[in-house]
Design a protein around this ligand. Sequence first.
Ligand code: PLP
Length: 373
Amino acid sequence: MQSKVADDEGMATLQRTDNWFIRAGAGDWVNTSTAPGARAFHESLPGYAPTPLVSLPELAAELGVRAVLVKDESSRLGLPAFKVLGASWAIARVIAERTGASTDLSCLRRAAAGAGLRLVTATDGNHGRAVAHMASLLGVAATVFVPAVMTPVAADAIAAEGADVVRTEADYDSAVATAARFADEQPGRELVQDTAWDGYEQVPAWIVEGYDTMLEEVDEQLGAVPDLVAIPVGVGSLAEAVVAHYRRPGAPHPALLSVEPDTAACVLDSLAAGALVSVTTGATVMAGLNCGTVSTSAWPVLRDGCDAAVAVTDTAALQAVSDLGCLGVSSGPSGAATLAGVRAALATPDRRAALGIDGASTVVLLSTEGTRR
Ligand SMILES: Cc1ncc(COP(=O)(O)O)c(C=O)c1O
């Protein structure tokens, strides 16, 4: 796969030959920013409950570690993926900022009713469905732009939440640009995008804050800090939340592993290049991870605080879907990718040593979506 990196002379081309990157020192980085979490808001939403953290001794034996725990996001606030944690909090904050309402659910509903608001986003699946779901809950309109490769089933699931779905001719990155232009055309339209770029940072920051609820739950369920956390990565906003969470001062700093499709490895390529890299994407079964450009807000956090990155094949991700299914965990390819990634990351003594993982280690896999139907 070819990717591009900006350098002083302009755009140069580099070839990535390996699907693995690791660097020392990321665990020493300390995140001193103190963004508030969204836990109390999430707890006020209908159907909130912490998702399960499932111990899988069979995988611990296979991987040669003490414990493997899977954070199972197959059912989160009525949707089959974690994404609603970010979308719900960002939408609450958007409406609160626009109307002066508090983030209390009934206040938001009342404020939104008279605001003439239309939420706009682009998605490769789960985020758009989450925005559509929240728009419906709060009684506001939504338009969701989807890339050409999105399956009709995924697009129909977004439309079934009541949103207008607009299929674009191009990839995810282009759909984001189209959504941003559409939102800019009228003042009542508000872009709720889960990736940042220069000049568009506030909404993605709220989305990242929303994801922290999942990590707070993991800490409570585990009662300790794990030794390795594997994160499925698209634009890197979830990874930004994970790095920010596990690099706080005064707490142990676990090893953090970014996992991407080998056809959309923008974080791996960026870490390897030491600069933001955009990649050309194609089709992958890991639809939620099919993004070619890292969020500009996520990038400095990942560059400084993420230990390792791995890219996995569709075959490896589908094997992981099947293996987790056999162990009773519903996991779609974008969620199960973390098992594929950890299998690759712990495959050699060198990699294990570099990550600081041995037979006494606890590994957490973020399985961020349920099985796709
Ligand atoms: C199921 C799933 N997991 C992980 C991700 C990756 O999140 P991010 O794009 O913030 O890296 C996504 C993104 O849509 C997703 O849908």
